[in-house]
Design a protein around this ligand. Structure first.
Ligand code: SF4
Length: 149
């Protein structure tokens, strides 16, 4: 397990675990009726070509995230994350991935058009145009409205 989802339903923010915690039936039982994807970020080995986001030997999902999403907290240091030496997102995008990672959740209760666009494997980072989206989508994703998006 990478971390626990905190923040608000509108803007979830991951609380990273300093050490890996295995996802066990006992752990999942503590969630009760809450779906695991709403409450946890669970790391798993990259499935590479078995995943619809894998293109040209890279994860197209993190490429789009870095291109389209603002940094979660521009002035903050990168999360203390135990996964870094095994993380494909880090291998591809380095600090830019880690600066956006805290606002990525498996399930987004209040997903914006921008987030749906990013999650759609049919879309490519090279097609991203911020003018296609409501400025409020970037604010919802963490951009400071007083400092542009
Ligand atoms: S992108 Fe960075 S913070 Fe997120 S899982 Fe990978 S190494 Fe950890």
């Amino acid at each position: 397990m990478l971390g626990v989802v905190g923040g608000t339903p509108e803007r979830p923010t991951l609380v990273y675990l300093s050490d890996p915690v295995p996802v066990t039936p006992e752990l999942l039982a503590t969630l009760g009726e809450v779906p695991a994807a709403d409450a946890l970020r669970i790391a798993a080995p990259c499935r590479e070509s078995a995943c619809s986001h894998f293109r040209d030997a890279q994860c197209s999902l993190i490429t789009k995230i870095v291109r389209a999403l603002p940094e979660a907290e521009p002035d903050a240091s990168v999360p203390a994350c135990h996964l870094r030496d095994k993380c494909r997102w880090w291998q591809q995008e380095k600090v830019a991935a880690c600066r956006r990672c805290p606002v990525i959740t498996t399930d987004q209760v209040y997903a914006t058009e921008l987030q749906w666009w990013i999650a759609n494997p049919a879309n490519s980072a090279t097609d991203f145009d911020p003018r296609d989206f409501d400025p409020g989508d970037f604010v919802a994703a963490g951009a400071d409205p007083d400092h542009g998006g």
